[in-house]
Design a protein around this ligand. Structure first.
Ligand SMILES: C[S@@+](CC[C@H](N)C(=O)[O-])C[C@H]1O[C@@H](n2cnc3c(N)ncnc32)[C@H](O)[C@@H]1O
Length: 192
C-alpha cells in the first residue's frame, strides 16, 4: 500500500503504523479515513478511538467496512470452492466481546462509542471493475479469506480452482474487464 500511495500521491508524507497505536499527537488531522481497515484490526473499538484521538476538534473520521452477508464477489468464490471440491478454511472471527455487527447500525455505534458525534452511516453501492487475472493472482497469493483457502489446497486442487474460476468468471467479464456490483458500509463522525 505504501508503494502504491507513493505513486498515486507523490509528495505525501507516508508512515507505516498500526492501530490501535498511531505515532501521532492528539488533534493532529482535519480528516481521518480508514477505508476497509477497521474490519481488519484485532480491536475495532480501540482502533476507532485512536482514529478519533488523532483528529482535531471539528474534524471528521470516516470508515468503510464490508457488510455481513454475501456479495457478487463472495458468491463467485463460493461457487469456485464448491465446483472444484476445495476444502474451505473457515474465516477467523474476532471474540464476541470485541466484534461489532457489520451493519449500518453496528458501524454507526462503533463510531459513537469512540466519542464521535453527528454520526451518519449508510450503504454505498458501486461497480467494482478490474482485471480477472489480477483477482485470481491475489487469491493465489493468499490475500483475503479466499486466499487463505487457495493456499491451503494441494497443487492439484489449486489447478481445479483456477479452471473453475476461469469458467465461472467468464459471464462477469466484458471486453476483458471484470465488473461486479458491490456494496459497502460507510460512516462519518465528527470529533467534538
Ligand atoms: C483491504 S486493505 C484496504 C487498503 C486501502 N485502505 C484501500 O481502501 O485500498 C486493508 C488495509 O488494512 C491495513 N491494516 C491491517 N491491520 C491494520 C492495523 N492494525 N492498523 C492499521 N492498518 C491495518 C492493511 O495493511 C491493509 O492496507
Amino acid at each position: 500500500m505504501l508503494e502504491i500511495a507513493a505513486v498515486t500521491a507523490p509528495g505525501a508524507r507516508l508512515h507505516r503504523a498500526g492501530l490501535p497505536d498511531l505515532p501521532f499527537d492528539d488533534d493532529r488531522f482535519d480528516a481521518v479515513l480508514a477505508n476497509f481497515v477497521v474490519n481488519h484490526v484485532p480491536d475495532p473499538r480501540a482502533g476507532v478511538r485512536e482514529l478519533a484521538r488523532v483528529t482535531r476538534s471539528g474534524g471528521r473520521v470516516v470508515a468503510t467496512v464490508w457488510p455481513s452477508g454475501r456479495n457478487a464477489q463472495s458468491r463467485l468464490w463460493a461457487a469456485v470452492v464448491e465446483a472444484s471440491g476445495a476444502v474451505p478454511v473457515p474465516s477467523v472471527r474476532l471474540p464476541q466481546e470485541r466484534d461489532f455487527p457489520r451493519t449500518v447500525r453496528g458501524l454507526s455505534a462503533l463510531l459513537s462509542q469512540a466519542g464521535l458525534q453527528e454520526v451518519c452511516a449508510g450503504t454505498i453501492h458501486w461497480e467494482h471493475r478490474g482485471d480477472p487475472t489480477s483477482l485470481w493472482r491475489g487469491a493465489e497469493a493468499g490475500i483475503g479469506g479466499i486466499g487463505t483457502t487457495v493456499v491451503a489446497q494441494t497443487a492439484e486442487v489449486r489447478r481445479r480452482m483456477r479452471a473453475e474460476y476461469e469458467r465461472l468468471v467468464a459471464p462477469l467479464v466484458d471486453e476483458g474487464r471484470l465488473a461486479f456490483r458491490t456494496t459497502a458500509l460507510l460512516a462519518v463522525g465528527t470529533r467534538p
